[in-house]
Design a protein around this ligand. Structure first.
Ligand code: ADP
Ligand code: MG
Length: 326
């Protein structure tokens, strides 16, 4: 069985850019360009809570970094570097090697160097903690508090697939192998919208990435900005594979499904043409799903224009009964 240090040397010490100091010292070193601010975020992923035991290690490595890069995307920052905290109940080198390959593949794609971390034995299950660092011009950083009355509300990509896949895997929905095959990548291999976030920063007001469900995450923008929102259900970008699927499950997946890692943002109606151009340039569809109004809270209108009376709730790790979502 390899020691902690052998594991680090073998799997987590790939070369870093010449202007950085990576794994091997007590601290890593890197700089941000003059005039830029450091953007940083950390996310914890626990087996049985955020991912299923037995998840493909390559995809898990990808996802552990992807959910953090998504936070950088949401403020419009450029990824620079990351740290990886790894708690393993036992050492399966094949597993670690695949995990590292998935992690590094995404890190390389986004120019986010792994410059350090911590590795330890865990008592129960795999524990992952990733911290990312990026840089952003302070005046461009998108904040949750910047939504303005009359703004359009936009969502990138499509919605619903990750939630349906998760609920099938959890046994909450009947398992349909074809549908699972079509939706599973959204759950296990989300694409962080980094290039989109950086392009959006000079065109939009508030932004957030969708991790806990549209209504709940948009709610954070509304609260921080002191405004309300009206959403149009027919404008929602529903994932293709969900066409014809049970309407109540789709509604719940769209409004409250977590693990989406698309961006939700608000922008002046004057930006509509620019945003459509950005969608084409980045290859990421953007859907205009509602508008910012006065007051507080979210109203969702169905196809007939009626406000839904019972909005499904997003995911809250401490309020949920424990096994509602993983
Ligand atoms: P210390 O005890 O001084 O915190 P460690 O012995 O924990 O240092 O780690 C040794 C070096 O290996 C450090 O530079 C640390 O950043 C790096 N490291 C540890 N675990 C990981 C990991 N999972 N991925 C990348 N680097 C790691
Ligand atoms: Mg240490």
């Amino acid at each position: 069985m390899p020691s902690e240090f052998e594991l680090i040397t073998r799997y987590f010490s790939r070369p870093v850019p010449g202007d950085m100091l990576g794994a091997g010292d007590d601290c890593a070193l890197f700089s941000v360009k003059p005039g830029m601010q450091l953007a940083t975020s950390t996310d914890l992923l626990l087996e049985g809570r955020h991912f299923f035991a037995g998840t493909d290690p390559f995809r898990l490595g990808h996802k552990a970094l992807a959910v953090n890069l998504s936070d950088l995307a949401a403020v419009g920052a450029k990824p620079l570097a990351c740290l990886l905290g790894l708690g393993l109940p036992s050492v399966d080198e094949q597993w670690v090697s695949r995990f590292a390959d998935g992690f590094y593949a995404l890190a390389d794609e986004f120019g986010c160097a792994l410059i350090g971390g911590d590795t330890t034995r865990s008592m129960q299950g795999v524990t992952l903690s990733v911290t990312v660092f990026g840089e952003v011009a302070p005046e461009l950083a998108m904040r949750r508090s910047a939504a303005v009355l009359g703004d359009d509300i936009w969502v990138s990509g499509d919605l619903g697939a990750a939630d349906i896949a998760c609920r099938m895997l959890a046994g909450e929905l009947p398992r349909d192998e074809k549908l699972l095959a079509q939706t599973r990548l959204a759950l296990e291999k989300p694409t962080p919208r980094v290039a989109l976030g950086r392009r959006l920063a000079s065109h939009v007001h508030a932004a957030i990435d969708l991790s806990d469900g549209l209504v709940q995450d948009l709610g954070h923008i509304l609260k921080a900005s002191g405004v309300a929102a009206e959403l149009e259900e027919v404008a929602m970008p529903v994932h293709d594979a969900l066409t014809g699927y049970d309407a109540a499950h789709v509604r719940r997946a769209i409004l409250a499904g977590g693990d989406v890692y698309e961006l939700c943002f608000t922008a002046s109606p004057a930006q509509r043409d620019s945003l459509q151009r950005i969608a084409i340039e980045t290859g990421v569809p953007l859907a205009r799903v509602g508008r910012i109004t006065s007051g507080s809270g979210v109203v969702v209108r169905d196809a007939g224009g009626h406000a839904l009376s019972d909005l499904p709730n997003g995911f809250d790790h401490f309020r949920s009964s424990g096994d509602a979502r993983l």
